[in-house]
Write a protein that binds this ligand. Structure first.
Ligand SMILES: Nc1ncnc2c1ncn2[C@@H]1O[C@H](COP(=O)(O)OP(=O)(O)OP(=O)(O)O)[C@@H](O)[C@H]1O
Ligand SMILES: [Mg+2]
Length: 257
């Protein structure tokens, strides 16, 4: 009998903060570590799906219809499969907020309950607050929140925290989160200041390292490879390996600053 897979949701309602890069890279590390890992692409822009050159409506169909078969697509990495996003997902995401607490908000969690032969699910979330993001949060056993370190991005984490608190009120619990500073250029004073501000506000919820700015990540994505394959000696690959080790070995981090 297969146990329910762990779900790591990569989420932030701000765009361009490194969600897809983080989701794909962590998923690749799980698979290269010998686990059966499934990426669920819940962003209608389908960036994670495009990363691996995959498309289709299997995820949308399975979210809509609990009897529809779940058929993950294979990627170029052994052990790594993906349920692709499609533009129709946006329609699901546009449904009124009333649906949030009902069946629609639980659709992803129910889909995960039906999965077999998967050890870990990594969800790549959308950059907008709505029913899709609620699904991402409700299904999570752990949340990973990539953020930039500029003042606007810091406000984004605070507003995500508000969203998480609202959902916690109706669920009665909140999955632990790890905030990850990404695209950090440590030569700049603003990056240091932003990182310190995150540390001050969120304490141990902030990962005590960071993902550096590294153009190799863009090169890797252009080739449909994860950084661990494309440039394992790069600074970004090293940083993501540290993050992977941190997330797989730590006990639940604190939810509160
Ligand atoms: N550490 C990094 N260093 C340099 N470039 C990066 C880094 N992380 C991500 N990028 C690049 O920044 C861009 C945005 O990253 P990504 O797509 O992962 O963000 P996102 O949060 O998923 O965006 P969206 O909200 O649009 O889905 C991409 O071109 C990606 O290759
Ligand atoms: Mg993305």
């Amino acid at each position: 009998m297969n146990a329910r897979p762990q779900v790591w949701s990569v989420t932030n309602q701000k765009g361009g903060v490194g969600k897809t890069t983080t989701a794909v890279t962590l998923a690749g590390l799980h698979a290269l570590d010998g686990k059966r890992c499934l990426i669920v692409d819940l962003d209608p822009h389908a960036s994670a799906s495009e990363y691996f050159g995959l498309s289709g409506t299997t995820l949308f169909d399975a979210l809509q219809n609990p009897a529809a078969p779940i058929v993950p697509l294979t990627t170029s990495i052994p052990g790594l499969t993906l349920l692709p996003a499609c533009s129709e997902l946006a329609a699901l995401g546009n449904k009124s907020g009333a649906a949030a607490g009902g069946a629609t908000g639980l659709a992803l969690k129910r889909l995960v309950d039906r999965l077999t032969d998967i050890d870990i699910v990594i969800v790549d979330g959308p950059p907008t607050l709505g029913v899709l993001m609620i699904n991402v949060i409700v299904a999570a056993d752990r949340m990973i929140v990539p953020t930039l370190t500029d003042p606007l991005a810091l406000r984004g984490v605070a507003s995500l925290d508000q969203t998480l608190k609202q959902i916690e009120r109706s669920l009665g619990h909140r999955a632990p989160w790890t905030i990850v500073a990404t695209q950090v250029d440590r030569r700049t004073r603003s990056a240091h200041e932003g990182y310190s501000a995150l540390e001050q506000q969120w304490g141990t919820a902030l990962w005590d390292e960071y993902i550096p700015m590294d153009t190799q990540l863009r090169e890797a994505s252009a080739r449909g490879q994860v950084i661990e394959q494309f440039a394992p000696d790069s600074r970004a690959a090293r940083a993501y390996r540290h993050l992977y080790r941190h997330l797989t070995t730590q006990t639940a981090p604190g939810n509160r600053p």
